[in-house]
Design a protein around this ligand. Structure first.
Ligand code: URA
Length: 279
């Protein structure tokens, strides 16, 4: 006798199918911003880095002060800045140089991320770039090497720039919302994002790109000042302070969901961004 069309006689296969569809639904909710994570907040399981690998490093001790070149004790981390009391910067009314922005950042201890970092990952590339990429936060490799997007997600981004657009990576400028790696690659918290914001804005002013490409939901949401659903927003022209902005998917997301559709989507977005930057 034929079994009912919607029930699988093998309970294990049915359970697998249920888990797979629940996971797919949760992924959509994460993408739409309904929830922040695929991991329940109370789990103590291993975290994954931006490219999906399990982070096997022990959690950074919260009390460990950042090491300093002079070997002295690090100053206490200052209270975090909120959007209301964003730090005043000397370049408020003019275009700074990237060196000036970097030097003002100094050996930053403006937020708790200073405690666990190896390096400040400021940015990389052409200070006069027409195209500027903004990601979320450094991962493990970036923290170790002091450069943005040099891990697995970075390799994909580099390929998209070099093989997709057909220009050397050194021709564009790449940076992140926050300049220090969050512990175990968690999302940066609002006070951390706020504390770093003047430096991201300083970088944008300094480079004055013709087009900004945001990588993933947090960068698009931050620069547009609103909650966004990146899978719907990507590929549509937006604007940040008069600069055309193209939101696209984060390369770590593309690595996790390595489908022809996602790869094609990012390729189209980058091509559109590049063409507009040449116009
Ligand atoms: N993911 C990011 O958002 N930025 C990096 O620099 C690396 C991975």
């Amino acid at each position: 006798m034929a079994s009912a069309p919607d029930s699988d006689p093998d309970p294990r296969r049915e359970a697998h199918a249920l888990v797979a569809s629940a996971r797919a639904l949760l992924q959509e909710l994460v993408e739409e911003g309904v929830t922040d994570s695929l991991t329940p907040p109370t789990t103590a399981g291993p975290s994954r880095d931006a490219s999906g690998r399990v982070d096997t490093r022990p959690p950074t001790p919260r009390s460990a002060p950042p090491s300093r070149p002079d070997g002295g004790a690090a100053p206490a981390v200052s209270p975090t800045a909120s959007a209301m009391d964003r730090e005043a910067v000397p370049w408020a009314d003019r275009r700074p140089t990237l060196e000036e922005v970097r030097s003002h950042l100094g050996e930053c201890v403006r937020c708790d991320l200073a405690r666990g970092r190896h390096s400040i990952v400021f940015g990389d590339g052409n200070p006069d770039a027409d195209l500027m990429f903004v990601g979320e936060a450094p991962g493990e490799q970036e923290d170790l090497r002091g450069l943005p997007f040099v891990g697995r997600a970075g390799e994909l981004l580099t390929q998209m720039i070099e093989k997709g657009i057909g220009i050397p990576r050194s021709q564009v400028y790449i940076c992140n919302i926050v300049k220090c790696r969050p512990p175990r690659n968690r999302n940066p918290l609002p006070p951390e994002v706020s504390a770093c914001r003047p430096f991201l804005d300083g970088q944008i002013r300094a480079v004055a790109p013709r087009v900004i490409v945001t990588l993933g939901k947090p960068a698009a949401g931050l620069l547009l000042g609103r909650e966004v659903a990146i899978t719907r927003l990507r590929g549509t022209w937006q604007e940040y302070q008069g600069i055309p902005l193209m939101p696209t998917l984060h390369p770590a997301y593309v690595l996790r969901q390595y489908t022809p559709e996602n790869r094609r989507a990012v390729w189209q977005d980058l091509k559109a961004a590049w063409e507009r930057s040449r116009a």
